[in-house]
Write a protein that binds this ligand. Sequence first.
Ligand SMILES: [Zn+2]
Length: 283
Amino acid sequence: MSKKNKPPRPEPETLGLPLAGVDSHAHMDLDDFDADREDLLDRARACGVSRIGNVFLGPQAYHKNRHYFDHRPEVFFILGIHPGNADQCTPETVEAMRQAFAADPRLKALGEIGLDYYWDDHPHELQQQVFRTQLALAAELGLPPVIHCRDASDSRNAFDDTIRTLEDAGFSGRKLLWHCFGGDASQARLVLDHGWHVSIPGPVSYGRNSALREAVETIPLERMLIETDCPYLTAEPWRGKRNHPALVGFTAACVAEVKGLASEAVWIATGRNASSFFNLEDS
Ligand SMILES: [Zn+2]
């Protein structure tokens, strides 16, 4: 079919979802959104997204960009040093995070932190050390961590190392969110067996990701959140375009199809889970 004759992609407004969903992981402070951040936040609301978790990649980004959301109470904050920036974790930046968390009740979780052996920007030992340092801070603050874990394409070393690091740090059975879950059913089992929550991103809708859809089939709705990770990882039918929070409804629709449920049921349940996980009721 020629490009000209392709049917138009459905807009997220057509999903008709009520104002009850939560995008648990977005990067709306990035300059990808400088031209239309306000419009996209309005649009998310019009598409049923009641809350958005904005993830700041380190204390510098937090201090520089948090003002974007001064008049956006629907946005709550997550802050941590990503493994791709492991070299930025110094005693000074850890202290800056400790002070930010003490001062700002909009900060609800510590993340995204973890291990990334895919981009592999820093030695694994350094990544693990930075991960442990921030897990200790999360424990000290009594806040849940949001985990980033990405494997090199030919192994699951990052996954196994992440599980081991979390067990060693005493996080088995504690509140924790595994962000952007991309594993198979056996990996989902292991995460769930530790008592943790799982956040499902847009790639669950990609044709070749049948292992992830099989995993989603087995994950109880009570343990599931959904996310965009925008501007990245756009769900079908908008794959390849810039991602934004209004598009998270397509991820709910895909999860619903896999589980044989109504989109609205997945939307409301995952929204409620996010609200309780991040303690959003009181803010
Ligand atoms: Zn992210």
